[in-house]
Write a protein that binds this ligand. Sequence first.
Ligand code: BJW
Length: 225
Amino acid sequence: MEKIVILTGAGVSAESGLGTFRDEGGLWSQHRIEDVATPEGFARDPALVHGFYNARRAQAAQATPNAAHDALARLQRIFPGEVIVITQNVDGLHEAAGSQAVMHMHGILSGALCSNCDHRWPAPLEMHVAEPCPACHAPTARPDIVWFGEMPYGMDDIYDHLSHATLFAAIGTSGQVYPAAAFVHEAIAAGAKTVELNLEPSAVVSNFDETHFGPASDIVPAWVE
Ligand code: BJW
């Protein structure tokens, strides 16, 4: 059976009005990674980190899927084989477009995580992450986001999917953050064809058999058709 494994990044949501990280004017030009996207930063100043993510949650609540999210959801519906969507994005827009069983390897803005007992629970985007933890009752709620130095979610399942992929597509990701940037190597080892769709060549573009460059809302629907 044909099995398409798709990895998406911030570029897929750029045209929904959500800023990317490393493009000009992106989130990492406005905030220090060490302060807002590491467990050490959260331990130093939880209020700063909650503030950063509450602003992101408010933005995500206003965002709607674009033609790239729609095309990937359509691909999942019409493709006779299997289509797995692994996203680094935390905005939930793939599900909003109708994609099924999306793997959120870097967590989700609409979730909270207890830094005391690791319990995870839903946290509506419109509200701030509430304390205390519903399981252990400690005042230790944090955004359910995978920060630098932490293990992304679902890695065993992701590597299993990659090892059976017949086609691997990386869409809207700069190829600068690991382990996601190395998924293409796993797919190649499995004998998959590899395709990059991005605004500009990523840091790992030389690994791809086929490339399409342009805005995701143009190139993804064209690739799916
Ligand atoms: C468009 C477009 C349009 C624009 N249309 N396209 C040294 C060497 C190697 C690795 C390491 C190292 N030192 C440390 C590490 C590990 C570290 C890492 O990778 N660091 C690098 C920076 C060097 N990684 C980790 O710590 C990860 N954990 C880990 O490795 O655990 C150990 C492990 C070992 C082995 C196996 C498994 C695990 C955790 C990484 C957590 C990343 N977290 C973040 C923030 C949280 C989420 C949030 O707040 O939203 O996740 S960082 C940020 O980067 C975010 C993203 O998901 C992630 C990837 O970014 P993405 O999506 O690629 O966005 P951009 O902005 O980089 O690129 C956008 C792209 O879109 C560009 O290419 C544009 O051209 C394009 N684009 N507009 C189409 N309209």
